[in-house]
Design a protein around this ligand. Structure first.
Ligand code: HEM
Length: 230
């Protein structure tokens, strides 16, 4: 099948799975921004997305999207290196006009995934996973928190300056990954005529900035709240 066997087919799979993950990110950001303004509304969403089977199926589809994107990234990088052969060692300078992010997408992706694992261990593991194994409360810093009380988890973690700084570093890596990824995905899908070539680059930069500043806003807002209410 050309989708799996040809390099353009594999790039298309990378692009479609990337756009799918971007859509999730927009949804996730919207939901988290709600937490800053109404913790009650946020917890209602968390409860709705708890451990019911629709939510679990959604998580499984999301995990599938991540797995496909990740495995194809490894495969494409390996194939590009193989195709370049010994020449890859001869090239020391970046070709003109190629941004730093496009040259380092795999490393940036690995950093994003590394932080994502930390994020899962803090939130998903104590919320959805805990519910799936029959727990309704978990102990966090000496206090029992309900597994559906998402706002309490966000409050708990983002009151710690080290975690706040780690998350901000995560958003920087995500910003670089998104600036190139968003534009490159649209180009592969076919929106690559000369008029739109540069426009999509600008739109990608704006999009990545809005998303990452949005997550940073949530993180910092909760940290500031923790200082005010300490
Ligand atoms: C302000 C920053 C963020 C906050 C407060 C936050 C909060 C949360 C919470 C509370 C959950 C658990 C939901 C549940 O299990 O019911 C969660 C899950 C998740 N988060 Fe985040 N998140 C943030 C940033 C991010 C970022 C930047 C990414 C991706 C790069 C991300 C990806 C995910 C994924 C993939 C899940 C699992 C979703 C699922 O279970 O279906 N999050 N997040």
């Amino acid at each position: 099948m050309w989708l799996l066997n040809s390099s353009i087919g594999r790039k298309l799979i990378m692009s479609i799975s990337g756009v799918f993950l971007i859509l999730f990110l927009v949804f996730h950001l919207t939901m988290n921004i709600a937490a800053v303004f109404s913790e009650e509304a946020y917890n209602m969403i968390c409860e709705f997305l708890g451990s019911n089977w629709y939510a679990v199926a959604g998580t499984a589809v999301l995990a599938g999207g991540f797995a496909i994107h990740f495995l194809y990234a490894l495969l494409l990088t390996w194939q590009n290196r193989k195709a370049r052969g010994d020449n890859s060692y001869a090239v020391t300078d970046r070709p003109k006009g190629v941004e730093w992010a496009s040259q380092n997408m795999l490393v940036l992706g690995l950093i994003v995934v590394g932080f994502l694992l930390l994020h899962f261990s803090q939130f998903w593991y104590h919320m959805m996973f805990a519910e799936l194994i029959g727990h309704h409360e978990v102990e966090m810093g000496g206090t029992m928190l309900a597994t559906t009380d998402g706002a309490a988890f966000v409050r708990y973690y983002f009151s710690n300056i080290i975690i706040v700084v780690l998350y901000l570093a995560w958003y920087v890596a995500l910003w670089f990954h998104l600036t190139h990824g968003f534009w490159s995905a649209l180009q592969t899908i076919g929106w690559n005529n000369t008029l739109w070539f540069n426009r999509w680059k600008v739109i990608s930069n704006i999009f990545a900035t809005v998303v990452c500043l949005g997550f940073a806003f949530v993180t910092i807002a909760f940290y500031v709240k923790s200082l005010c209410c300490a």
